[in-house]
Write a protein that binds this ligand. Structure first.
Ligand SMILES: [Zn+2]
Length: 474
């Protein structure tokens, strides 16, 4: 926690000292495609480094899927990528940034009472991006007020994901001035509501969730003296806004929507991994006894994970037995069972378990990582390499797969392949400089053939060209 804070401070002060280029000249009509791409890469690079950004493949996959479902119904063209990351922070917040990056606090996921409620906030944030609200704000500033450095804007966007840093940023008057002008206007909020509502509706979610969630956030904020300050500060809910959405919803016929079991399991998993496991265990047990949880199956699911964390394997097993029948319904239940097998050191059964699970839920990333890991643990490097190469053809941008593949090659003592895959791991983790370093090591490794070298040199040229391109973006 402390470490990342320092890293961010260093990063932030670098940014303030104008190490990064300045925003385009006032003749630019709008922030350029390359500027946005550059910001996108830098934001995602920071997100990857941050220990408060969630690395759970299942929860990230869930968010990615939900986001994709909404994006497909938005006005975005498929070449505009949107990336989500989840920050472990109990405050209720979500924020759209430049470069199509959306940050979501775990607090927001807890606060949502249904998948439609969560989707309504995501749809609203996606709409801020499709309507280009931030580029429009920044463009207006560079013309009208003062020449803002891109570095400052960027530092403030990073700060949005971290309230502590936001306070540090506020200490300079200039930063405060920029921060205030980066806020969306009432008109932006209204437009994001309207567009968001359209996206939500087209994606088959319950449109009423839009209003119910905003109302409950507003109430929570009033009664508990600011439970949702960050979200409400950046997205102020006005009576005007609420009545505007209500008018639109009145015209839409009511549709009942069954919530995806995975929505509850995602919340349960987040809960199980937070704070002291014994506290979680006690509160989950009480919920189960009183049937006071939102979804009883999800309570057992969380309880099993909480026991696992607390090292109580037998209890974890017992809790899992209560929901074992859901294995064919949810990939997450299978992954829980896999975790139990791993903790019990039943590696042979675990291997078979993952192979079967991949037949029920093909291409599920957590299983691919899990199976590769079992192969590596049991010295089946050949199997691991075959598996990872197969799935890299499906997920060619997945950094994790490259990292596992590098590990497998390293165990085989194939230096060239190890460095080459490490390079791709860094490349897809948005660390272009380290990607170039590793590719150079691949070229120089003793076991590289003439053909290997030529291939790696070509790739290195591509990476270096990309680095230069972003360096030249003003
Ligand atoms: Zn908003």
């Amino acid at each position: 926690m402390k470490k990342i804070f320092l890293v961010l401070i260093v990063f932030y002060s670098l940014a303030l000292s104008n190490e990064l280029p300045e925003l385009g000249s006032s003749s630019d009509s709008i922030i350029s495609v390359f500027q946005e791409k550059k910001i996108r890469i830098q934001l995602l690079y920071q997100a990857n480094l941050s220990p408060t950004v969630l690395k759970d493949p299942e929860i990230n996959a869930y968010m990615e899927q939900l986001g994709k479902k909404l994006m497909n119904k938005s006005s975005l063209i498929s070449t505009d990528p949107i990336s989500f990351f989840i920050i472990q922070d109990r405050t209720i917040n979500a924020f759209a940034m430049l470069g199509g990056v959306i940050g979501v606090h775990t607090g927001l996921i807890y606060a949502a009472n249904s998948e439609s409620e969560l989707a309504s906030v995501l749809a609203h944030e996606i709409a801020h991006i499709t309507q280009k609200h931030l580029p429009r704000i920044i463009e207006a500033q560079s013309k009208d007020t003062f020449k803002t450095s891109l570095a400052m804007v960027f530092a403030l966007l990073v700060a949005r994901s971290n309230p502590q840093l936001a306070n540090a940023a506020m200490q300079t008057a200039q930063a405060a001035a920029v921060q205030n002008t980066l806020d969306f206007t009432r008109e932006h909020e209204k437009e994001a509501d309207r567009e968001g509502l359209k996206i939500l509706s087209k994606s088959g979610f319950d449109e009423r969730a839009f209003i119910s969630f905003f109302k409950s956030l507003d109430e929570a904020n009033r009664f508990s003296a600011g439970a949702a300050p960050s979200f409400l500060r950046t997205h102020p809910i006005t009576l005007d806004r609420i009545s505007d959405i209500e008018d639109r919803i009145k015209q839409i016929p009511y549709k009942q929507r069954e919530d995806d079991l995975n929505f509850f399991l995602v919340r349960a998993k987040l809960q199980a991994f937070e704070g002291d496991p014994n506290t979680s265990i006690n509160s989950l047990k009480t919920n189960i006894q009183n049937k006071s949880g939102v979804n009883q199956d999800a309570e057992y699911f969380a309880l099993s994970y909480a026991y696992l964390r607390g090292g109580k394997l037998k209890n974890a097993q017992e809790a899992f037995h209560q929901i074992k029948h859901l294995r064919r319904l949810s990939p997450m239940v299978n992954e829980l069972e896999a975790n139990l097998l791993l903790k019990n050191q039943k590696l042979k059964e675990l291997e078979q378990h993952y192979q079967e699970a991949l037949l029920i839920f093909p291409n599920y990333k957590a299983y691919i990582y899990g199976l590769a890991d079992v192969y590596l643990r049991t010295h089946k490097n050949k199997e691991a390499i075959l598996l990872l190469e197969e799935y890299l053809s499906i997920y060619p941008l997945d950094a994790n797969l490259y990292k596992l593949l590098a590990t497998a090659h390293s165990k085989n003592r194939s230096l060239y392949k190890e460095y080459k895959n490490l390079s791709e791991f860094f490349y897809y983790s948005y660390d272009l400089k380290e990607a170039a370093n590793q590719m150079t090591s691949a070229i120089n490794s003793a076991d590289a053939s003439f053909y290997d070298k030529a291939k790696a040199e070509q790739r290195l040229k591509e990476i270096q060209a990309e680095i230069r391109l972003y360096e030249n973006v003003q």
